[in-house]
Design a protein around this ligand. Structure first.
Ligand code: SAM
Length: 214
């Protein structure tokens, strides 16, 4: 298949998965714990949340961590519609930030991110790269590789949930084996936790931590 046909096919897949997938807004505080960044100094550091939905994680990074965040989602083409599709209650922090820091929210597709190479130190994705794009092997690979493209050498991509019990999927181990074969990353599987105070529960969640080596 010609490259341009492949690009079109990916675009088509991305659009159809995005149209069907749930829209959620996991709280920034919970994601910060999942990614274990509470003690990491992110002041002035460029960070990216991929498939960010109506999560206030970018706002958390901007206000609490004084980072320089971007959040990218296919749904930001029509923010009002994305909000109406949300299965989670949309937090006041998210609603405030789309007015106060609207430049943080960037429309884009995960396999073709609208950012230059190597500009972020950290990238994150929860229920996006894994949980949505991984319903198709090629879309997921293209999306993971593009996330690695936009982080600098020494930068880290964290993606979750990795191989968890909630969403059936068969591709994840292969995805990371293929990424390792590319030769420019190391991948660690890390056990972390997602706190759901409303349910009074803490869930074990695995994440993949991908470091760009060169
Ligand atoms: C389940 S929500 C997760 C939102 C957020 N990360 C969270 O933790 O609650 C998945 C989001 O991925 C977005 N999405 C789906 N496919 C995408 C793609 N190929 N590129 C960019 N965004 C995509 C959807 O619009 C949706 O907002």
């Amino acid at each position: 298949m010609a490259l341009s046909e492949l690009a079109l096919l990916r675009q088509h897949l991305a659009l159809s998965f995005a149209a069907e997938c749930p829209v959620t807004g996991t709280s920034g505080e919970k994601l910060a714990r999942l990614y274990e960044i509470d003690d990491v100094n992110l002041e002035g550091v460029r960070v990216l949340d991929i498939c960010s939905g109506v999560s206030d994680f970018a706002e958390y990074l901007r206000v609490k961590k004084r980072a320089v965040p971007s959040a990218v989602d296919i749904g930001y083409k029509d923010m009002a519609r994305l909000i109406t599709r949300s299965e989670s209650q949309v937090s006041p922090a998210f609603l405030r930030s789309i007015a106060d820091a609207s430049g943080m929210y960037v429309y884009g597709q995960a396999h073709s991110l609208p950012f230059a190479d190597g500009i972020f130190k950290y990238a994150f994705s929860f229920n996006g790269l894994l949980g949505v794009t991984d319903q198709d092997h090629d879309l997921a690979m293209a999306s993971l590789r593009d996330a690695i493209r936009v982080i600098g050498v020494g930068g880290v991509l964290q993606v979750a949930p990795y191989d968890d019990q909630f969403v059936p999927r068969g591709y994840q181990p292969h995805l990371f084996e293929e990424l390792k074969r590319d030769g420019n990353v190391s991948v660690q599987e890390v056990n972390s936790r997602l706190y759901i105070p409303e349910a009074g529960s803490i869930y074990a969640v695995k994440k993949a931590v991908v470091t760009k080596l060169h």
